[in-house]
Design a protein around this ligand. Structure first.
Ligand SMILES: [Zn+2]
Length: 158
């Protein structure tokens, strides 16, 4: 089965716009509470709907170092939670895979370039629009990763 489905989660925009960040002082300004946990929960719901064997996450080592909801401890518990919370996922032993979790962003860019991934179709910007802004943290990290990997960014953000 091949389907691309878009899920709207307006609560994430509201959480990203919160003014009071006292509880998140040691986290980056782009941190949105439980964002990855929400993404994986939506993915688990979809996996149950279509009877998937795997849920595959794309976060990398740098994410794991910053966001608790991409940590091995989170996934150990999340895996058990989806098996307990969904008869179908439990019976199928639907498994959450994180193939990039030990790689840096630069290593992910190198891997993608080597595999022929259409990097011009990837999105890194935190802002809305038809083009990357080139200024936000997502764009800066993208430029750094491509530079460190020695790969030319087809979007030329730097
Ligand atoms: Zn940007």
């Amino acid at each position: 089965m091949e389907e691309h489905r878009v899920f709207e989660i307006p609560q994430l925009k509201e959480a990203g716009d919160m003014k009071d960040r006292r509880n998140f002082r040691d986290l980056p300004p782009t941190y949105i509470p439980m964002r990855n946990g929400i993404f994986y929960s939506v993915a688990a719901s979809y996996a149950e709907e279509v009877g998937a064997d795997y849920i595959i996450g794309g976060h990398n080592r740098e994410d794991v170092e910053v966001f608790p909801d991409t940590s091995p401890a989170f996934f150990e518990s999340f895996q058990k939670a989806i098996w307990a919370g969904s008869r179908l996922l439990g019976e199928r032993r639907t498994t959450v895979l994180r193939p990039l979790q030990l790689k840096s962003k630069a290593e992910v860019v190198s891997l993608a370039a080597g595999l022929g991934v259409p990097l011009e179709r990837t999105w890194s910007c935190y802002r809305e629009g038809s083009r990357h802004c080139g200024e936000c943290e997502g764009c800066r990290k993208r430029a750094k990763a491509f530079s460190e990997a020695g790969v030319s960014d087809p979007l030329r953000l730097a």
